[in-house]
Design a protein around this ligand. Structure first.
Ligand code: KIV
Length: 275
């Protein structure tokens, strides 16, 4: 009997519900980020389960040092172009810093814009028990929410560094409590970033919703990376959890230099490239 999925199964739309079912079946969830139409289309065709329109756009697309400068309008734009390129994967939009922290009503209004104006199918919010009421409100009107614990880059100015989080027992306990609080508030999944693998495994086993790790070891229900990191395009940092699946930055650099040389040497365009 063939173990290949049938074409109809392979093309089946990923939903928040199917992600929970994948956890129940023990099937790992593969997630990557996108900020533009073409990348989203390539990711979708590759069979990725979740495409996150991350506010990492602030760093890998806009060139900022952190994600905190990203605006709601920019996230709406990125989400809109990404969602246009996706048929199968679940499109999750990051709620940027200060778009959900003021009060639950404002958070709800902004989450609603991500769905209604930009085509997201779910939103992601960074934070634990402190934003549980906000999550309940958003989930309550039918917008699926993904949580984000551990290293939460929007709080970089409080943390002061991008080092691994929750290595001390108090913070590890807070992560465990936050995961439970998020589950009770109704999230459909939780991203857990840069914490010890043993803690992430424990958290994954303690909640029913899928836990998707980034720099959190192999015991999570799924894995996510920033696409520009794994393609070797964003090279400002190279944390050890980023596996480089390609060196596109080097390939692009080489191609750009080649073009410059060809133009200067009058080798481009050729006759066959002219009309
Ligand atoms: O913004 C982002 O890309 C993220 C991932 C690191 C999970 O939140």
């Amino acid at each position: 009997m063939s173990t290949e999925p049938k074409a109809s199964q392979a093309a089946k739309k990923v939903t928040t519900r199917s992600l929970v079912q994948m956890k129940q079946r023990g099937e790992k969830i593969a997630a990557l980020t996108a900020y533009d139409f073409l990348t989203a289309q390539l990711l979708d065709e590759s069979g990725i389960d979740v495409i996150l329109v991350g506010d990492s756009a602030g760093m890998v697309v806009q060139g900022h040092e952190t994600t905190v400068r990203v605006t709601l309008e920019q996230m709406l734009y990125h989400t809109e172009v990404v969602s246009r390129g996706v048929e199968r994967a679940l499109v999750v939009a990051d709620m940027p810093f200060m778009s959900f922290q003021i009060n639950p009503d404002e958070a709800l209004r902004n989450a609603g814009r991500m769905i209604k104006e930009a085509g997201a199918e779910a939103v992601k919010l960074e934070g634990g028990a402190g934003i549980a009421k906000t999550i309940e409100k958003i989930v309550g009107i039918g917008i699926p929410v993904m949580g984000h614990l551990g290293l939460t880059p929007q709080s970089i100015h409080r943390f002061g560094t991008y080092q691994v989080r929750a290595t001390e027992p108090e913070e590890a306990e807070e992560v465990r409590r936050d995961a439970k609080a998020l589950e009770e508030a109704g999230v459909f999944a939780i991203v857990i970033e840069k914490v010890p693998a043993s803690l992430a495994t424990e958290v994954s086993q303690s909640v029913k919703v899928p836990v998707i790790g980034i720099g959190a070891g192999a015991g999570c229900d799924g894995q996510i990376l920033v696409t520009h990191d794994m393609l070797g395009i964003y090279t400002r940092f190279h944390p050890r959890f980023v596996r480089r699946y390609a060196e596109l930055g080097k390939a692009m650099h080489g191609a750009f230099e080649h073009f410059v040389r060809d133009v200067k040497a009058r080798e481009f365009p050729s006759k066959s490239e002219s009309y």
